[in-house]
Ligand binder design. Structure first.
Ligand code: MN
Length: 211
């Protein structure tokens, strides 16, 4: 994926996450917020043909190689596009699934139990002051981490492979949950598409073996 970037359609219907996330929220989030990041990223790159063949990941990872005036707009908007695509892909209709197999075992080895893992992820989501994201990441040694990032920052690709993330910008939940980030988080947990997370985990394991 490179310039001109497009907003990929949601991998499910707008009502698919109801009642946990309503279709009104998803319409605004995907069609307005994500679309704005896509548009602003394209606008930033419009007059810079030498960077138009860079992939989304390259624009994020090699941001420091861009000219001064491009760095911030590309960082914020490429991050916004990357994070949102991953966020929408990480959800599916309400379910009571949990991680299974190797990933389940690694989570238990790392935090002691699934409940503690969910509690730590919630702590990171609620602990992010202002707008940002909470992540489950795998590092290059194959160890799991929970982290939060402000704004549209992406954890460095050279260190971490992203497995799962939750959007804690107010626009992700305000229409339905108003200021109650904790209520949103508790309902978001039942939307996690663990099959997709496990696929990313398999890819991450392959990359970690090569590193
Ligand atoms: Mn968002």
């Amino acid at each position: 994926m490179h310039y001109p970037f497009k907003n990929p359609p949601l991998p499910y219907q707008y009502s698919a996450l109801e009642p946990n996330i309503d279709s009104r929220t998803l319409h605004f989030h995907h069609d307005k917020h994500l679309q704005t990041y896509v548009d602003n990223l394209n606008k930033a790159l419009e007059g810079h043909p030498q960077y138009q063949n860079w992939t989304l990941e390259e624009l994020i990872a090699k941001n420091h190689e861009l000219p001064d005036e491009l760095r911030n707009p590309v960082k914020n908007n490429a991050g916004g596009v990357y994070n949102h695509i991953l966020y929408f892909e990480s959800m599916c209709s309400p379910n009571t699934c949990n991680p299974s197999g190797k990933l389940e075992q690694l989570i238990k080895d790392t935090w002691g139990s699934l409940d503690i893992f969910y509690a730590k992820l919630k702590e990171a989501a609620l602990g992010q002051f202002g707008s940002g994201w909470a992540w489950l990441l795998m590092d290059v040694k194959g160890e799991l981490h929970i982290k939060n990032t402000p704004n549209q920052d992406v954890p460095p690709f050279a260190e971490f492979y992203p497995l799962l993330l939750v959007d804690v910008w107010e626009h992700a939940y305000y229409l339905q949950y108003q200021n109650l980030r904790a209520g949103y988080f508790d309902c978001w947990v039942d939307l996690i598409n663990w099959k997709n997370v496990e696929q990313r985990f398999e890819t991450a394991c392959t990359l970690a073996e090569k590193a």
